[in-house]
Design a protein around this ligand. Structure first.
Ligand code: IMP
Ligand code: MG
Length: 176
């Protein structure tokens, strides 16, 4: 495993994002919506750094099959709270192709949220994005498959406190 983001780096950046989000929504109420399962660790830490009245909801979506983007989004469980008229902050782990974020944004806009903004822990630098923008980005990272801090490979590694690249994913030079 090659460590890409340490526990300390993540904690510092998450605290900073929390402060920025608190300032951006000052005087308003927020509905934070997390995308299960990958964003659950990030969202748990971020929430506690947002100093505003807020509600929390989640939905499950997946675009990955066997560590590859399948190109289609499957929504597997729906929201429990009404979002009409609410300021929605979508929290996801990583912007890869951006397909999940694009679909989620369209879905919440269709539910008449007052506003929909997005926060991701990581944004992968790839050129073929369908949605290139998140309002808050923790880290811009190279286009590699990463695990840890909520992100999985075959459902494992979500519990790592840091983000890393599995050495199988690295070429010979980087592995050394
Ligand atoms: P997108 O729709 O291609 O942007 O994919 C987004 C979802 O795929 C993310 O929310 C993650 O759950 C998953 N994903 C994308 N890249 C990675 C990765 O490098 N490691 C683990 N999961 C990933
Ligand atoms: Mg995800």
């Amino acid at each position: 495993m090659k460590i890409l983001l340490t526990e300390t780096e993540i904690a510092e950046r998450v605290a900073q994002l929390g402060r920025e989000i608190t300032e951006a929504y000052r005087g308003r109420e927020l509905t934070v919506i997390t995308v299960m399962n990958g964003a659950v660790v990030f969202a748990a830490d971020l929430l506690r750094k947002i100093d505003l009245p807020l509600q929390l909801d989640s939905f499950a979506a997946s675009s990955y099959e066997n560590d590859r983007s399948s190109g289609k989004i499957t929504i597997r469980s729906a929201l429990k709270l009404p979002v009409r008229g609410r300021h929605v902050l979508l929290v996801d782990d990583i912007l890869d192709t951006g397909l999940s974020m694009k679909c989620a944004m369209e879905y919440f806009r269709s539910l008449d949220a007052a506003s929909v903004r997005t926060c991701v822990l990581m944004d992968k630098m790839r050129k073929d994005k369908v949605c290139a923008h998140a309002d808050w980005v923790g880290f811009r990272i190279p286009d590699r498959y990463v695990v840890g801090y909520g992100l999985d490979s075959g459902e494992y590694y979500r519990n790592l406190p840091y983000v890393g690249i599995l050495t199988d994913e690295l070429d010979g030079q980087e592995k050394a």
